[in-house]
Design a binder for this molecule. Structure first.
Ligand code: SF4
Length: 386
């Protein structure tokens, strides 16, 4: 264990808490990034930014947020939007459950709160897709309430600052971190000299984690909390927070078929639940280890064209003749969480009227308007270049 590292609840004296809060607020006032959702107090705009920023970097979110706010400027617009519009606006951000929850929450806000994002923490927490972190972020950032936030950045700053050695995914350590975040934001609320101190303080904590107290090579020399920081004193800031070993990556091989008939391409929509739910894709199927390498077998083609159904499924009887001349278009690598996909993309023209394979035949223009799963968007981009 490192010297000074905490195993018990951290006691935080009000004077020390106040000093930390003041330093952080002053640093934020001088160094905060100018982000568009920081120029507004509109709780709707802040809510959208918080949902987009989950698991996603600021620079990725910026164009998405701008586009979303132009297309759907208020809660009512989200509640009324078509599913395809929402998914297209979210296309590429991943974790598509977020956008479906956004619409469910928007509809509830219209129904129960007259279209205005509620101020009460408990009402925020009751919205679909809004957990303790997001409710705390909206309550504090938009409404300046003394509610704590605890995301990855805040966890890193607090574990290092207070030398908390436990794994933040364990309940006891998490509870300790929430308690510390709460003590600090409540201390911020007492500072009358600052305008909207709870809002500023929580953003400051997150900003410090994003810009200075980074996972690798934290810039302790530029940190306003350096003299108070346990991990810095111990000389090993990167040892915090404690990490479990990452699960090993899982490799998968997928056959993708790009079939063209009279200038249209066969695509289908994914089911309403699961990974990439409701997004569109070219017919594809996961290959068994023994199928990888050589060209696509007749069985793999058939499985891809009938939505991966097993060989004895009734739908297979309707697949008709398989395309006979296919050529390899490309091989793509794509990752989702710990899965590493290699996609063997084969394509071919169908000259006779195609059998009734599941899916729709759409032009390139129509495909561009649809929300496509990530790897399939890359395939479409290549088709557009041909
Ligand atoms: S001194 Fe270093 S480790 Fe400590 S909070 Fe600042 S950046 Fe993080």
């Amino acid at each position: 264990m490192l010297p000074g590292v905490a195993q018990r609840p951290v006691r935080l004296q009000p004077r020390r808490a106040r000093a930390l809060v003041r330093r952080l607020l002053a640093w934020f006032a001088a160094h905060a990034r100018d982000l568009p959702w920081r120029r507004t107090r509109d709780p709707y705009a802040i809510w959208i930014s918080e949902i987009m920023l989950q698991q996603t970097q600021v620079k990725t979110v910026l164009p998405y947020w701008e586009r979303w706010m132009r297309a759907l400027p208020d809660v009512g617009a989200v509640a009324r939007a078509r599913s395809v519009t929402l998914h297209k606006l979210w296309e590429g951000l991943g974790y598509y459950g977020r956008v479906r929850n956004l619409q469910r929450a928007a509809r509830r806000i219209v129904r129960e709160h007259g279209g205005r994002v509620p101020e009460r923490f408990e009402e925020l927490l009751a919205l679909p897709g809004v957990g303790r972190y997001t409710a705390g972020a909206i309550a504090s950032i938009a409404f300046n309430q003394p509610r704590p936030v605890l995301d990855g950045n805040v966890t890193r700053v607090l574990t290092r600052l207070f030398g908390i050695a436990g794994d933040p995914r364990e309940a006891q350590t998490r509870a300790r971190l929430w308690a510390l975040a709460e003590m600090l934001v409540q201390e911020a609320a007492r500072l009358r000299e600052w305008e909207r101190p709870c809002s500023q303080f929580n953003q400051a904590l997150m900003e410090l984690g994003a810009l200075i107290c980074t996972p690798r090579a934290p810039k302790c020399a530029d940190c306003p909390l350096q003299t108070a920081c346990t991990a810095h004193r111990a000389g090993r800031p990167e040892s915090f927070p404690a990490r479990r070993r990452a699960a090993p990556a899982l490799r998968k091989r997928v056959l993708v078929l790009v079939l063209a008939y009279r200038g249209r391409f066969l695509v289908r929509q994914r089911p309403p639940t699961g990974v990439n739910a409701r997004l569109w894709e070219f017919p594809n199927v996961e290959l068994a280890g023994s199928e990888a390498g050589a060209g696509p077998s007749r069985d793999a083609l058939r499985r891809a064209l009938c939505n991966g159904q097993p060989s004895d499924a009734p739908a297979r009887r309707d697949t008709g003749p398989l395309p006979s001349t296919l050529s390899r278009l490309t091989t793509l690598q794509h990752s989702i969480t710990r899965y590493r996909f290699t996609l063997d993309v084969y394509g071919g023209e169908i000259s006779d009227t195609p059998p009734r394979w599941p899916g729709r035949w759409l032009s390139l223009r129509q495909l561009q308007r649809l929300p496509l799963a990530g790897a399939h968007r890359k395939i479409l981009a290549r088709l557009m270049l041909r």
